[in-house]
Design a protein around this ligand. Structure first.
Ligand code: ATP
Ligand code: MG
Length: 651
């Protein structure tokens, strides 16, 4: 692991919300004892407007016999009033959402007052359709303001939303409807991204033909592209005619802190997606509090998180955290390559964006196309960059820092999961220097542990499985319909700990590096090698754009290393390049990291959220081409056939 660290510029430090000493002291207090932990969170809960202030702060027990996770359990609140009403009182005309359409000529600015009105109208309409507290509402929507309106309207009336990514098929949608037993579906006629249309309403119709979807009584359809779509009888209603004439006042439902806010299915990188359930009081406290810490947010920031609302990042850090904090949030309907790869930079300039939060997969895709596109824009408004979703390779980190951020914006690499509700590890800017590729430090109240396979907690510099030895308010409470799977998946492996499923390394300075998923760690001749480390070494070679490493059966070493590599535009695949790539990786990591097989490919199998599905590649590397497991969350299934061809030809 590279130990080079980047100090944060003096100018940034001078204005930083969290000086180093403050983080050190407060962090220590936040983890010292259950009492001091409760005191810490009681203080943070003051950032929230409660209808009834909680007096019981935490009640947590990870023992399976008497398991419980409760935060602020006697508190009452409504999240939509925290995101809207309190800002409308102070600053009604401040932009809440800046929406940038798919086509560069389209944008909309929605103030807190306007957003509040839209949420109230839809909340009232849904109540009239019979939606009550606790009912599930599924959102299958493009990246349009109505998606955030719908989430907040659910929160207002106490309905539990389940957002299904608009890129999923009718069948994936249907399965999630069956699991959640939703009463209402909110969708649009069509979605549009990169000038390509997705037939959302038609997919809903097909999903509702599936057995077990009879819980759905109404489909609310937003008019987005205007292409004609079939509307069926009393079931389907147009959004605009539904909300038209509704009152702009809507009584917020009184929610207990532990009432569910939403359920959300994980990306499915490791198997069948899990319906993660988050509750109200703890979730919003953790979201707001972590947002302030990690993004160093100020009142005049214009913050852009590129995540789709279909992912947890789109819930916590595009919608709930910024709005609860009164921060302007930017929502982009399109894709980074449309009309050209210069789009991201142009959006930053157009809306004077100060904070950009995106994923390594997007950074690597832009990097692959060269610097010239990014340099078309000025980007001088930017002051902070964030990354989430996968380990960011030092190579991509450098490019993000030097090219996108012009060398003056700290990069916060944020590690977390759908299950954690919010960020658990990141370098709080101002509190710590930056190491490219490291998630660095735990946030307040988070006690990470590195544990070996036998369950021994390791001290000092160490590598192993990452578990958390504490609870935090934003933690998931159960898997919808499957509490047993919840306990099994997260609390059985290491009794008394939350097991993350990820591996990590702690360096001599006590800083954390995520090495990838535990299932992906390779055991080569008895040495444990993280996929992230080898992939970073491959990507550090100038000819490569992206890489995925998996293990494969090897007669002598037990596990051999198989590399799937995408070259940069303009690079050619030759035998000498393969040999050179192998030499390069062995030189970077050591001779143990010998690339036994190299497949040069055009695309990697990724989830819809942009994560590499290594389990598929593992099967291919072992010569297994059928029975590849749950492929429903795959972004592009045609990738598989092409990969099979390459692998077969080269075996
Ligand atoms: P499933 O649990 O269904 O297999 P998933 O784990 O991909 O899907 P998410 O909750 O979207 O679903 O992703 C969380 C995972 O993403 C983490 O467990 C980790 O492996 C990875 N991850 C997220 N952020 C980072 C980061 N900054 N550095 C390294 N890995 C990260
Ligand atoms: Mg996961």
């Amino acid at each position: 692991m590279t130990q080079k660290s980047f100090p944060i510029a003096a100018e940034f430090l001078a204005a930083a919300n969290t000086p180093a000493e403050q983080y050190a002291t407060e962090y220590q207090q936040s983890i010292e004892s259950p009492e001091s932990n409760a005191a810490f969170w009681a203080k943070r809960a003051e950032l929230i407007d409660w209808i009834k202030k909680p007096t019981k702060i935490r009640d947590v027990n990870y023992d399976l016999d008497d398991f419980r996770i409760k935060w602020f359990e006697d508190g009452e609140l409504n999240i939509s009033t925290n995101c809207l009403d309190r800002h409308v009182k102070k600053n009604p005309y401040k932009p809440a959402i800046i929406w940038e359409g798919d086509h560069p000529s389209l944008h909309k600015i929605i103030s807190f007052k306007e957003l509040h009105e839209a949420v109230c109208r839809l909340g009232n309409s849904m109540r009239k359709l019979g939606v009550k507290k606790g009912d599930r509402v599924t959102l299958y929507m493009p990246m349009i303001p109505e998606a955030m309106v719908a989430m907040l309207a659910c929160a207002r009336i106490g309905a539990v939303h389940s957002v299904v990514f608009g890129g999923f098929s009718a069948e994936s949608l249907g399965n999630r409807l069956i699991d959640s037993r939703s009463k209402i579906v909110i969708t649009a006629d069509e979605g549009i991204r990169g000038n390509k249309r997705t037939p959302l309403k038609a997919n809903v119709d097909r999903a509702l033909d599936m057995d077990g979807t009879d819980s759905v009584t109404n489909v609310i359809v937003v008019h987005r592209t205007g292409n004609s779509v079939p509307m069926s009888g009393r079931r389907d209603v147009w959004y605009h005619s539904l909300v038209d004439g509704e009152s702009v006042h809507c009584e917020p439902e009184v929610m207990n802190a532990e009432d569910p806010l939403f359920l959300l299915y994980t990306s499915g990188s490791t198997g069948k997606p899990k319906g993660v359930v988050h509750t109200t009081g703890g979730y919003i406290t953790y979201a707001l509090s972590s947002f302030r810490d990690v993004f160093d947010v100020k009142d005049d920031d214009v913050y852009w998180c590129t995540a789709d609302v279909g992912w947890i990042t789109g819930h916590t850090y595009s919608t709930y955290a910024p709005l609860a904090n009164g921060t302007t949030t930017v929502m982009f309907e399109g894709v980074p390559e449309y009309p050209t790869w210069a789009r991201v930079g142009h959006i930053i300039d157009k809306h004077n964006i100060t904070i950009l939060y995106t994923a390594p997969t997007a950074i690597r895709a832009m990097m692959k196309e060269g610097d010239a596109f990014v340099r078309e824009s000025d980007r001088s408004s930017l002051r902070l960059l964030g990354s989430v979703g996968e380990p960011i390779n030092p190579e991509a980190w450098d490019w993000y820092y030097n090219v996108v951020g012009d060398g003056h914006c700290p990069v916060v690499d944020t590690w977390w999961q759908t299950e954690t509700g919010g960020i658990l590890m990141a370098p709080i800017p101002g509190a710590v220097a930056l190491k490219p590729g490291a998630a660095m430090n735990p946030l307040y109240g988070i006690k990470p542990e590195i544990i070996d396979r036998d369950g021994t907690v390791l001290e000092g510099a160490a590598e192993g499985n990452l578990a958390i030895n504490s609870s935090w308010p934003g933690q998931m409470r159960t898997i919808y319909n499957d509490h047993e799977r919840f306990l099994q998946t997260y609390f059985s492996e290491y009794p008394g700990f939350y097991f993350t499923g990820d591996g990590a390394q702690r360096d001599e300075d006590g800083h954390y590096w995520i090495t990838g998923r535990v299932d992906d760690v390779l055991n080569v001749s008895g040495h444990r090698l993280g996929t992230a480390e080898i992939e970073s070494a491959v990507v550090a070679h100038p000819a490569t754009a992206e890489a995925a490493i998996v293990g494969m059966p090897h007669e002598i070493r037990g596990t051999g290393i198989c590399a799937f590599i995408i070259l940069k535009s303009g690079e050619n695949e030759t035998e000498s390049l393969r040999a050179e790539l192998n030499r390069h990786v062995r030189a970077e990591i050591g001779p143990i990291a010998n690339l036994d097989t190299i497949h040069i490919v055009n695309a990697l199998p990724k989830t819809r959220s942009g994560k590499i599905m290594r389990r598929i590649l593992r099967n291919l590397a072992a010569g297994q081409y059928v029975g590849l497991g749950d492929l429903s969350t795959l972004a592009d299934s045609s990738v598989i056939n092409k990969l099979v061809e390459v692998v077969k030809a080269e075996r």
